[in-house]
Design a protein around this ligand. Structure first.
Ligand code: TXA
Ligand code: MG
Length: 324
């Protein structure tokens, strides 16, 4: 299969992406979180093609992306008021709502579950396709199973060239980490995957405490402990340990440090990446940094631990998994 490289700014390329999707093909599309591997969620063969391209086990459910909250009732039933409140507050945006699936929705999309994950994404690339095709688009992150999510079209091509029909280039993802997933399918509302929208933002909008994830057994593939991994081993270390490691100067290692780190030696410098200070900028560049380091055939990536505050919850979660 030849993967078409399409430009999200070129109307005729966008038309191509539309017709591929309407015809049951699979297209990697930009969202504000990470690139998604999209297909018509109501077409079983198209959904199967997503699982095949990613090499993803069929019991790992896909998120269905829709053009607006008005579409919720097409895909879900028994929708609680809290879902509407969260949708009104955060959509379009990096929030996925788990709801009871409507009876007609194929269990292929939901990985055999009775619930469905729904999200209205904010990036004009995918949002435009949702509006013009009128489809619901099933779209997991556009990476092979367990690997790092892509935040640029080039990273998608790097891993999936020849395995998918097309990539629509919409530039770098502005957020860079996967959406927050909130389970509203049972009485207790829970966060199943931490993400750009924090538990306290959710609690504030709902006017009640939302339990944070810590441990749960629900089948969220992002909940598999060795998800989101570079191929190069990654270890999280304190600043003190980092200083010692850089001094040791192993040529096989890369060092990723936080802003304000000054204890470089000259040789270490070329193998040191300094992350931006703000959480937003850090998250946006995290996967790109890991993708780049992963292509250097190093023995190990030493990564300085980020702060342990609620704001950094999603960054810590993804780094924990990357280091598993
Ligand atoms: O930001 C995002 O959420 C990106 C972009 C493309 O929208 N998508 C994404 O998809 O991260 P994926 O498949 O890589 O991760 C979605 C997670 C998986 O861990 C999946 O198991 C979980 O959502 N999920 C989806 N539907 C579910 C369901 N019905 N019950 C439990 N978990 C579900
Ligand atoms: Mg994923």
């Amino acid at each position: 299969m030849i993967t078409q490289k399409l430009d999200g700014k070129d109307p005729s390329d966008v038309n191509r992406a539309e017709s591929i999707l309407s015809g049951g093909g699979i297209v990697a599309v930009p969202t504000e979180t990470v690139y998604g591997l999209a297909a018509d969620a109501s077409n079983n063969a198209a959904v199967e093609a997503i699982f095949a391209a990613k090499n993803r086990p069929v019991d790992h459910p896909l998120i269905v992306h829709v053009s607006s909250a008005d579409e919720l009732s097409k895909w879900a039933m028994d929708i609680p008021d809290e879902a509407k409140t969260l949708a009104a507050a955060f959509w379009p945006g990096p929030l996925t709502l788990l709801l009871k699936k409507a009876p007609h929705v194929s269990k292929l999309v939901t990985g055999g579950l009775e619930t469905i994950g729904l999200r209205v994404p904010a990036h004009p690339g995918i949002l435009g396709l949702l509006q013009s095709t009128g489809l619901g688009l099933a779209a997991p992150s556009a990476n092979p199973y367990k690997q790092l999510s892509p935040t640029s079209a080039a990273q998608v091509i790097d891993k999936l060239d020849g395995k998918i029909d097309a990539v629509l280039d919409g530039g770098d993802c502005s957020i860079g980490l996967e959406s927050t997933i909130v389970d509203l399918s049972s009485a207790e509302i829970r966060v199943l995957r931490v993400g750009p929208i924090s538990p306290s933002e959710l609690s504030r909008v709902l006017g009640k405490a939302i339990s944070a994830p810590l441990n749960h057994s629900v089948s969220v593939s992002g909940n598999v402990e060795d998800h989101y991994q570079p191929r190069t081993p990654l270890r999280l270390v304190s600043r003190q340990e980092m200083v010692r490691l850089i001094a040791e100067n192993s040529s096989e290692a890369a060092f990723v440090v936080r802003d304000g780190f000054t204890e470089f030696n000259e040789e270490g410098l070329s193998r040191t990446v300094v992350m931006p200070p703000s959480k937003q900028a850090f998250a946006k560049t995290l996967y790109r940094t890991l993708h780049e380091l992963d292509n250097r055939s190093l023995a190990i990536i030493w990564f300085e631990k980020p702060p342990h505050t609620e704001e950094w919850l999603d960054v810590n979660d993804r780094l924990q998994k990357a280091s598993h």
